[in-house]
Ligand binder design. Structure first.
Ligand SMILES: [Zn+2]
Length: 107
C-alpha cells in the first residue's frame, strides 16, 4: 500500500485517505497559446516507469493538495512537498539523484 506524508498536517496517510490528482508541475496554457500547446496541456501526460511527480489531496484529512515524488515501478516514495512549489525542492532532487543515478531530472 502506498503511504504518503502530508506536508500540510504532517500525517502519514494511506492511499485510501488520499485522492490522486495526476501529474504535477504542468505548464498551463491559456489565451494566446497555440492549439497544440493547449491540446498538450489538456491531454498529454507523462507515464514514466520510474521517478514521477504527482499531485495528491489529503481527502480524508486536512483536505489540502500536496505534491509527491515516487517511483512508479517500486512505489518507493522519495518525499512530499507543498503544492505551491514551482519545482521539487533541491534537497529532494538530490535525494532522488543519490538513489537513482540514472534519473535525468524532473523536467
Ligand atoms: Zn493533510
Amino acid at each position: 500500500m502506498l503511504t504518503l506524508e502530508c506536508p500540510c498536517c504532517d500525517v502519514k496517510a494511506e492511499e485510501t485517505e488520499l485522492a490522486a490528482g495526476g501529474e504535477a508541475h504542468l505548464k498551463r496554457y491559456g489565451p494566446g497559446s497555440t492549439d497544440e500547446e493547449f491540446e498538450s496541456y489538456l491531454f498529454v501526460r507523462k507515464n514514466p516507469r520510474g521517478v514521477h511527480f504527482e499531485r495528491w489531496r489529503h481527502a480524508y484529512g486536512c483536505g489540502k493538495w500536496f505534491l509527491a515524488a515516487r517511483c512508479t515501478a517500486t512505489l518507493e516514495v522519495f518525499g512530499t512537498y507543498p503544492a505551491q512549489s514551482k519545482e521539487p525542492p533541491a534537497d529532494l532532487q538530490a535525494k532522488i539523484k543519490a538513489k537513482r543515478p540514472d534519473w535525468e531530472g524532473w523536467k
